[in-house]
Design a protein around this ligand. Structure first.
Ligand SMILES: Cc1ncc(COP(=O)(O)O)c(C=O)c1O
Length: 499
């Protein structure tokens, strides 16, 4: 038996003239079905009658009905009219924007669990102080120093030309223009002798390390990572299913005794930060470099050299890359524009040993068909014209002043503190010998109460030191902000000492 058609006036007024009218008719009929107001078998007004009633064109109502019919909500019976299709109660769609009441349990992989574990470790970085309250962010450059107008002009200049980039898929391993200028620049600034064919442009260090891990090691294989280390890198290797062996770091960089030890001996991959160890800032000594290369050669391991702060060395000459000593093709040299330009650019690079060019090409192809081309072409031009070198020099001067302000304030307000890593990079590791490690959460809370959010370095350690260590990234603070924040931090240390 036919049920009566709903009054279209009730369903469709008022319509909003700023949005497509057919969409609104579609949405309202669909919502009425979802709510059970229009039940299976009920008849809808004809498209002509509805159009007349609503003073719309028939095309508008027809388009809405066609869409509902295509999605199975309506059925048209020639000669009789349009009806709500038979939809079982349990098959009724959920209202838009409302979460389903019963969530299905979906399968999750071990990979997902490993990634969650790594995110948890990352989240612990800013405990108990929330991320937005941290003043001394390590690893973030000052966005105010980004050459905004210049960059905008350059990107627009490149966008208007089709040479070097186009609307087709980009070169999988990066645009030739960027790879060419990088090959020249890395040879002169980092001692990395390489050809453009060895360079692959990636979205960031994480992507590069993941690609290399996949190309050289199967899940279950061993990877050696420094202790303390950049947890992002450890997280990438862990997510790839590698077994991580940590090797401690001293003033000369990674301790090879641990690398030579039982499990680490079978490592396929060693991740190191030789020019500025993260987070201690230790520079790997020449004998250690030689010994690491010789060990890797004997054991057939690949060394991933991360050169993340290469542009910002304040004392002495730049430290030559480990890659410069590699004559056996074992070192992957990786760097990023995240600190010298902007983390939002997502442009980084790797210099590959010849044997890895082909597997990494395939892995990058599978991952994303290549990184966005326009930014690469603009960056190549920025470097070629000398603008990048000028920009880096300008940033280095500013960061040097901020680093000086930090060192001066620490000397003045926290004379018992010792520092490491201050000769390069955008952060300093501050050791507080008078504050035991277990008191770190109280110290962070007290500092926050004094109005300064700081980050502990303990999450970077597998074997944490006995005293508190803070990682102070100073790049985004002015000199006066730094001085004031350190005064407050010192106050927090004193208050804690009295408790
Ligand atoms: C030591 C280190 N390496 C790598 C990265 C990430 O680099 P990218 O932005 O190129 O992925 C960071 C980010 O802070 C870092 O601190």
């Amino acid at each position: 038996m036919k049920r009566s058609a709903p009054k279209h006036e009730d369903l469709f007024v008022p319509l909003d003239l700023s949005r497509p009218l057919q969409d609104q008719i579609y949405e309202r009929i669909r919502a009425a079905i979802v709510r059970g107001e229009l039940t299976s078998g009920s008849q809808l007004p004809s498209t002509r009658a509805l159009a007349r009633g609503l003073r719309l064109s028939r095309t508008t109502t027809q388009l809405a009905y066609d869409q509902l019919q295509a999605e199975g909500y309506l059925s048209a019976r020639p000669g009789s009219g349009t009806f709500i299709a038979a939809i079982a109660k349990e098959d009724r769609p959920a209202p838009r924007g409302v979460a389903a009441k019963t969530q299905c349990r979906l399968p999750t992989s071990r990979y997902a669990a490993r990634v969650r574990r790594s995110r948890r470790r990352w989240a612990a970085l800013t405990e108990p102080v929330p991320r937005q309250a941290i003043h001394f962010h390590p690893g973030v450059p000052d966005a105010r120093l980004f050459p905004r107008m210049h960059w905008a002009r350059l990107v627009s200049e490149c966008a208007r030309q089709t040479s070097g980039w186009s609307s087709a898929y980009p070169d999988v391993i990066g645009t030739p223009a960027l790879r060419n200028v990088l090959a020249q620049r890395l040879t002169t600034t980092r001692g990395v002798r390489c050809s453009a064919e060895q360079i692959v442009i990636i979205t960031g260090i994480h992507q590069g390390l993941g690609l290399v891990a996949r190309a050289v090691a199967d899940p279950g294989a061993v990877a050696v990572v420094e202790d303390p280390c950049y947890i992002g890198a450890a997280g990438v290797l862990d997510a790839e299913g590698l077994r991580i062996e940590h090797a401690s770091v001293d003033d000369e960089g990674i301790d090879l005794r641990r690398v030579r030890a039982s499990a680490a001996r079978r490592a396929r991959l060693v991740y190191v930060t030789p020019s500025h160890q993260f987070p201690t800032g230790a520079v790997m000594s020449y004998p250690r470099r030689r010994a690491l290369l010789s060990w890797a050669r004997t054991h057939g391991a690949v060394i991933f050299e991360e050169d993340y702060h290469a542009e910002f060395r304040f004392i002495g000459r730049p430290i030559e890359a480990l890659h410069a000593l590699d004559d056996a093709g074992l070192v992957v040299h990786a760097g990023t524009f995240a600190k010298s330009m902007s983390p939002a650019l997502r442009v980084a690079y790797m210099v590959l040993p010849p044997a890895l060019i082909e597997p990494i090409f395939h892995a990058k192809w599978l991952a994303d068909f290549g990184s966005p081309a326009l930014e690469q072409v603009a960056l190549a031009r920025f470097i070629e014209r000398g603008d990048y070198a000028r920009h880096v020099r300008r940033c280095r001067v500013t960061y040097f002043r901020r680093r000086q302000a930090l060192m001066d304030a620490l000397r003045q307000h926290l004379p018992a503190a010792t520092c490491s890593g201050q000769d390069a990079g955008l952060h300093v590791l501050v050791h507080l010998p008078d504050v035991p490690q277990r008191a770190t959460p109280s110290l962070l809370a007290e500092a926050a109460a004094q109005g300064v959010g700081v980050m502990s370095a303990h999450v970077f350690h597998v074997s944490p030191p006995r005293h508190a260590q803070l990682l102070l990234g100073y790049a985004c603070l002015t000199e006066s902000e730094i001085a004031e924040d350190i005064r407050r931090l010192a106050l927090a240390v004193r208050v804690l000492g009295r408790k």
